[in-house]
Write a protein that binds this ligand. Sequence first.
Ligand code: GLU
Length: 428
Amino acid sequence: MVVALNNVNHALEAIPNAYQTALAQYDRAVQHLDIDDNVIEYMRWPRREFTVNFPVRRDDGRVEMFTGYRVHHSTVLGPSKGGIRYSLDVTLDEVRALAMWMTWKCALVQLPYGGAKGGVLVDPKSMSQAELERLTRRYASELIPLMSPHADIPAPDMGTNPQMMAWIMDTYSMTVGYSVPAVVTGKPVNVGGSLGRNEATGRGVIVCMVEALKRQGYTDKENIRIVIQGFGNVGSHAAAYAHDLGYKVTAVSDVNGGIHNPNGLDIPAVRKYYAENRMLKDFPGADNVTNAELLVLPCDVLVPAAMEGQITRNNAPNIKAKMIVEGANGPTTPEADDILDDRGIYLVPDILANAGGVIVSYFEWVQDLQAFFWDEEEVYRQLQRILLRSYDTTANMAEKHGVTMRMAAQMSAIERVGKALMTRGFYP
Ligand code: GLU
């Protein structure tokens, strides 16, 4: 029996529309650029959008229908690249926004990729491992007409993990008849994944934070208090790396709320507690805080590493951080950007700060294509090199045009794609 479509969108009204944010950022950035109007219009549109409705058999024998998307925003600089998200908040507009941000992110850090994103409307926590495997394999098989190491290369995002990437790789490989590790990144290391990929996004956030602090003249790292929203793949690794480097992480949160200790949290103990209890609440020696309270805590650096639309015109006036380093994609709305800028809060934008993930995905793809694998030291050395070069490009652009780091990052990315498009020309 087939039951109703699983497309409940429970929190839609709470989250500002991400695609409107992405388009507003784009429209602002292109005003500062000298690019042909036809090129500006072309880059504003997703190249293709794919919607699939597909069945998954639940463990009790019922068959349930699910909806998934894959949007390719751009393939101008190379195959499209971007993660797959499993969440009940997924909408086509959200996927469009995330795909567009992938285009700018890859272009900013000079990877030979366009941008894409996928999403399935599902709460992965509501499924058994066997159900998740069937869902992932069926979604992957629906994407086969779009996917290949030279066309579109998925990766993990919110709600997905390395095991799911292994199922995607296996589904693709079984279909074509031979193993193709380069079709997806973020895989486990034993099936062609890269060392350092899991940690890469969180680590990259902190590499950018350290660079930002240095450039802003902060020297005493023991006195830098960092607040991190989100304790998933980005937030937890960012917290761990910041702690290892000797910074004080004073608050962290997950979807259910967070914990705060103004003297600094023992992050290894927090990670252990989280692994055992699947929540942060009631961690000994810290106060519980809500996510709304966490964003406005007194601190030096705020790292929103949860999801889009968290810093809005409503809370931006109350943020006490001196600096924001965006671990999530699109956590700040354009209105909030203006408020933060007026208030002199320095912001390192998402497409730079969280690019570590896709940079190491690129290393993974290169290693798979060459069948030659690097050690962890090499991965981190190359990651640092690319991030610092991209930071420099962005900071120079910001200085040259007298604009914010967000504007500068968008401008240099859009300019790069626009110039390549002009060189290639319009087909036919
Ligand atoms: N989902 C990650 C992002 O938003 C990584 C994408 C990738 O590695 O392709 O950047």
